[in-house]
Design a protein around this ligand. Sequence first.
Ligand SMILES: C[S@@+](CC[C@H](N)C(=O)[O-])C[C@H]1O[C@@H](n2cnc3c(N)ncnc32)[C@H](O)[C@@H]1O
Length: 275
Amino acid sequence: MLKQAMASILTSEEAEEMYGAFDQIGNIIILRIPDSLLSKRKTIGEVLLEKVKTAKSIFYQSSPVEGDYRIRQLELLAGEDSTETEYKEHGCRFRVDVEKTFFSPRLATERLRIADLVNDGDVIVNMFGGVGMFSIVAAKKKKCHVYNVDINPYAAKLCSENIALNKLKGTIDSIEGDAADIIEKELSGKGDRVLMLLPERSDEFLDSAIKALKQKGTLHYYCHVHSDKKNQVSAVATSHFQSVITVGAKVLGSKIVRPVGPRFYQAVVDAVISK
Ligand SMILES: C[S@@+](CC[C@H](N)C(=O)[O-])C[C@H]1O[C@@H](n2cnc3c(N)ncnc32)[C@H](O)[C@@H]1O
């Protein structure tokens, strides 16, 4: 569909550059547009809005995902100037604001993988939980309890709304605050499982993650890896994890979550921690 829409305004080389730079979240489309095509961005937006019947707004992502809240700046190219939408995934409904909070549809496979690993009865500390994506997919499938912590007040508020929107087997507390502070004050030793979905700062928060776990528990440690060879990413992530972990850790596995740039990957290491 994108190919057909773009054929009327771009050369085939230009259209090629646009693929993979397109995310649809509910009725919002977000485009990353290469510098060489920036002057055509309004036209690209208008054509997309006309051709993609399920889209109400087309935005250009004008900054990388950045800052404490891991959010991006958006410029409206066509349609309604609203950054809130409803998104459906794995049988769950989510209110998301694609400008005020972090959100990526590209983590959908990882969310399901984690939900499948969760056991009934697990207590989960989701340290950087955002609008509750991982927490809700897990609590939809399993009778677990999740503490969804996020420092961004908009994310914590949307997480509370998302908990109410879904019929869950488990339960979730949305907690606004800094994960290290909240763990210190309220969550020390509570988790059977801890999720660390802030890959650029995992090492900084590793002691807090360990503190959040029971004597024995599972850690899902996310990190970024530069590698020329895709097949070496999980080994690099594992050896980095082993070099920073300060307590007993049995690595269960490691894998690429998604590519985040040329020869640059988000990876996850799953490990059982014994304190
Ligand atoms: C990469 S996003 C992941 C969000 C969510 N897990 C998801 O996948 O949709 C990282 C989140 O960490 C939050 N964050 C950043 N620093 C934090 C801190 N010190 N304590 C708690 N949350 C924090 C950001 O607001 C952001 O929502």
